[in-house]
Design a protein around this ligand. Structure first.
Ligand code: CUA
Length: 181
């Protein structure tokens, strides 16, 4: 028998073995390095969470999106922003506006908020399984995401927070025009 039962041996009184010490130290080191990477990656990483966030009322944000949509051009494929700011609202169960046309290699500021419940903003390029971005869309907050598309193509905005019975149908589109860099 590899381990003697407690009545014959009190394992708590025995010192920790050298192998156990090595493994425990490794675990602590890995944990510490992952912890340190959080602030470090915030400075050196290229895909950070937004640092610009405003408190907004869900209704006033939605009005802002609609007013902005009026100023934007309607082209084939969707709404083309007049400047570099793009206003997007999440609501059950759609993205407003539903389809946006952007230029490749142009830095945009994507403003995001929700009209009702918590949604998730993720971007998937057509035909690619991996998602390009993933952010929370919490009502009451306006997030400003600096975003630039290197490659033209069709990208889908997929809600990745369960928001109700129509969650799986909550799909938007970004059409990126221009030449590959
Ligand atoms: Cu919106 Cu799920």
């Amino acid at each position: 028998m590899p381990i003697a039962p407690p009545p014959q041996r009190n394992w708590w009184d025995l010192p920790i073995g050298i192998h156990e010490k090595v493994w425990l130290s490794l675990v602590v080191l890995v944990g510490l390095s992952l912890f340190i990477m959080m602030p470090v990656w915030h400075v050196v990483g290229r895909q950070n969470s937004p640092t610009t966030t405003y408190r907004v009322s869900p209704d006033s944000y939605y009005e802002k999106v609609n007013a902005w949509t009026q100023t934007a051009a309607r082209v084939e494929g969707g709404i083309k922003p007049p400047g570099r700011d793009v206003y997007l609202a999440a609501l059950r169960f759609a993205w407003v506006p539903n389809s946006i046309v952007l230029e490749a290699s142009v830095p945009y500021r994507i403003h995001l908020s929700s009209k009702d419940v918590n949604h998730g903003f993720s971007i998937h390029r057509d035909g690619e399984p991996a998602q390009k971005a993933n952010f929370q869309v919490v009502p009451g907050y306006e997030y400003v995401l600096p975003m630039e598309f290197d490659d033209p193509g069709v990208y889908y905005i997929v809600c990745q927070e369960y928001c109700g019975i129509g969650h799986q149908a909550m799909l938007g589109k970004i059409v990126v025009e221009g030449a590959t860099r």
